[in-house]
Every structure is written in C-alpha cells, then in structure tokens.
Design a protein around this ligand. Structure first.
Ligand code: 3SL
Length: 232
C-alpha cells in the first residue's frame, strides 16, 4: 500500500526524499485555492515564481501577472491573490505568472518530486482520485507562513489523508496528527481556525470572504499539475 506523509513547512523539506513521490503542495489561504479557481475558470497555464523580480522579468506579451506579499496585492502587477479575482472571463486561455509569499515558493521547492500537484479544499476530492490512480507515495507539502507551521494547510493534509484512508497508509505521526486535527475541526472549520494566525492576518486586511470560500470542499474538479516550470 502506498503511504501519505506530511511536511509541515517548506523549511523541513530537506528531511524528505521527493524522488518517486507525488508532492501535493497546499496553501489553502490562499495561493493554491486561487490557482485551482483560476484553472476552473479557464486559465491555461500558471508559472509559479518565487520573487517579484522573476514575475516581472518573465512577463511576455499577453501574459498576466499576479503578486501578493503579506496578504496584499503587490504594486505594478495585474492581479493579487484573491480567488474571486480568478473567476473573471478575461483569464480564459491566458498564461499567468504568479508569485505569493509562501505558496509559489513551496511549489518551486517541491519540483524534485515525480509529480507536483496544487491542492486545496476546493479540489480535495479530485486530488484524492488523482493520487489513487497514480498509486505512488504522497508527500503533502504545507506552504505554511514564512517557514512556520500553519493550521489551515495541516487541516487540508488531514482531509486528504481521511479521503485516502482505505488505500494509503499514514506514513508517520505527522499524518496521524493532521488527520486528528481535521476530525476535530470538521464540524466547524471556520470556527476552529478563527484564532489562527493567517485568518487573523487576513481579517486585519478586511479579507474574510476569501477565507470562507477557501474552506469549501469539492467545489472544483480541476487538478493543476506541474509540467516543467508551469502548472497546467
Ligand atoms: O503565502 C501565500 O502564498 C499567500 O497565499 C498568502 S495570502 O493569503 O495571499 O496572504
């Protein structure tokens, strides 16, 4: 039986061997939720980059740019990091170069895996189906916040492990902890996360609708997969 493991922060990735595994990178609030929303609304390609400079230098005619730092849209870019910005008609068929505080960097750091997927509550069911079809060991890479643990990405890891509990074994205590937390949180995920750091950070920026939306499960059927430098 393949196993599912959880890396709580990109800073811990050096402890894991990604080779032969499928990495599911998650940044529930909000990078991977926005990416999944963008694909569900017809974006063709997303190039995740780590820095604001990379985002500008890789821009080509017809490409859109998106940049977020510390929760705010960065100056000089087309879009920020709200999933609601990716529900617009004008993103259809476009390529987006995107940089966010944690999520895009976590994707770049996971590139050594056999496959890299973008996961979110919004597409958790489809991610689980993809992983079952693939049948390889899985590492959920939580984007966290600037190297630190966060609750929302851990809850996603728990949700995914729950969906896969009959077909994947828990690799270790990290997976079991994520599953326990998810079970505790599930009756009221928003309430469970109310005092969490990033929910508070976004609340201070008056961003609350995004949080409610990003906690919804199985809204979209897309699974963004890294192909070279781009999610497709
Ligand atoms: O850290 C990230 O990658 C972002 O998702 C953070 S925010 O939700 O846009 O503030």
């Amino acid at each position: 039986m393949p196993s599912i493991d959880v890396c709580f922060s990109p800073e811990l990735l050096h402890l894991y061997n990604l080779s032969g595994k499928v990495a599911v990178v998650v940044d529930v609030l909000r990078a991977t939720s926005s990416m999944v929303t963008a694909f569900a609304h017809g974006i063709e390609k997303i190039i995740p980059v780590s820095t604001l400079d990379d985002c500008l230098t890789q821009k080509q005619t017809g490409y859109l740019t998106a940049a977020e730092r510390d929760g705010r849209k960065a100056e000089g870019f087309d879009l920020g990091n709200s999933p609601f910005s990716y529900m617009e008609e004008n993103i259809k068929g476009k390529t987006l170069i995107m940089t966010t505080t944690n999520g895009t960097h976590a994707i770049r750091l996971s590139a050594a895996a056999d496959k890299v997927l973008a996961g979110a509550f919004l597409n958790v069911g489809k991610v689980a189906e993809f992983l079952e079809a693939e049948g390889k060991d899985v590492l959920v890479v939580c984007a966290g916040w600037k190297g630190n643990f966060n609750l929302e990405d851990t809850l996603f890891a728990g949700a995914l492990a729950e969906r896969l509990k009959d077909t994947f074994s828990a690799a270790n205590d990290a997976t079991l902890a994520a599953q326990h937390l998810y079970r505790l949180a599930q009756p009221d995920m928003a309430g469970f996360l109310a005092n969490s750091s990033h929910v508070q950070r976004l609340k201070n920026l008056d961003i609350t609708e995004d949080v409610t939306f990003c906690l919804r499960e199985d809204v979209y059927e897309v699974v963004p997969v890294l192909a070279g430098d781009s999610l497709v």
